[in-house]
Design a protein around this ligand. Sequence first.
Ligand SMILES: NC(=O)c1ccc[n+]([C@@H]2O[C@H](COP(=O)([O-])OP(=O)(O)OC[C@H]3O[C@@H](n4cnc5c(N)ncnc54)[C@H](O)[C@@H]3O)[C@@H](O)[C@H]2O)c1
Length: 361
Amino acid sequence: MKKIVISTKDNSYDVLIGKGIIKKLSKELNKRKLPSSLFVIIDKNVKHKYSDLLIELGVKTKSTFVLTANEKNKTYETLQRIHKRMIEAKLVRNSLVIAIGGGITGDVGGFAASTYMRGIKYVQIPTTLLAAVDSSVGGKTGINFNNTKNIIGSFHQPALVMIDTNFFNTLPKEEIICGTGELTKYAFTTSKVFSNYFIKNLSQIISLNTTVISKVIYESIKYKGDVVANDEKETGLRKVLNFGHTFAHAIEVEQNHKIKHGQAVVAGIACALHLSNKVGLLEYEQLHSFLNIVKPLKRYVNVSNYNRNKLFSVMERDKKNDDGEIKFVLIKDVGETVIDYQVSKKDVLHSIDKGLSYFVK
Ligand SMILES: NC(=O)c1ccc[n+]([C@@H]2O[C@H](COP(=O)([O-])OP(=O)(O)OC[C@H]3O[C@@H](n4cnc5c(N)ncnc54)[C@H](O)[C@@H]3O)[C@@H](O)[C@H]2O)c1
């Protein structure tokens, strides 16, 4: 089992990574003297595929909330239902929420924990590749509202994250691609060493080779942990993690969530690369060499006929904007990003058309 410690100003917690480690859940909770009054929020598909999971883990929960994970359910209504159940279960300040599922379960579960009684502790048990390499760490929690992704939320760090790679064996291929989408982001933002490893091992990632998967999770979380430790509330450096995401969130909304987040990230990165070239940050030859990192995934990502003006107007509502200006994370080279870059609408529209051209079939 590997361990990474994430340290923020007020908090420090462990991320444990390994095959079959979930069996040690009770032991790890006890070791950290985490509350024994538990409330579990579990993804419906995970509950279905691992029906005896909670019994096997010996977890005595005061109540279990089963969440149907999709973007349309990442809402106030779901949050209210969870809070109601928490009150019925008589959770107190010293209770613990355990979120078992993908990014949606983690985001909503974390937000429910962060808002119940002004914030109680929670543990993340990511069961998708995307949640393992990204959303389970860093403390961003939230819901969608008013057709805007993650617009209501909080920063609330988990008390523990346990990544058991065995969970990925039941993931549909589409979900493995989504995780690979977020890994593509790290392939551009971290280092040439990670980038080369990602390019070389792409097919091993998609086929869930144990060694490769463990390594990419470890490296991603290590990198994200360092970024979060330096800028927990995203005032500067952490914005790097949004590479491709301003486009991606708009694509998700414009496509009415028919495209999944991780797939939209792949398309969003292609747009961000074209935009970086259009504004002169990225040479033409480098653009094409970078697009070769994204293109192997294009057969897994479909964008239906899109309305670029609608896409642009969704971007104008992005929470990363400032004074009505859309701010982009652009790239000069692997590991050399530029944050808060403002560009003309004309250049954004150009990049949308160029970037999405690989994914419209
Ligand atoms: N908080 C953050 O920092 C952060 C970062 C990146 C993404 N996100 C958010 O994460 C969400 C996407 O997360 P996701 O891709 O994990 O989606 P998800 O939570 O919807 O899970 C994807 C699908 O996989 C199913 N599933 C989960 N685990 C499974 C398993 N082990 N076996 C079989 N099926 C399983 C789910 O039921 C669901 O249908 C988005 O809402 C995005 O905004 C948050």
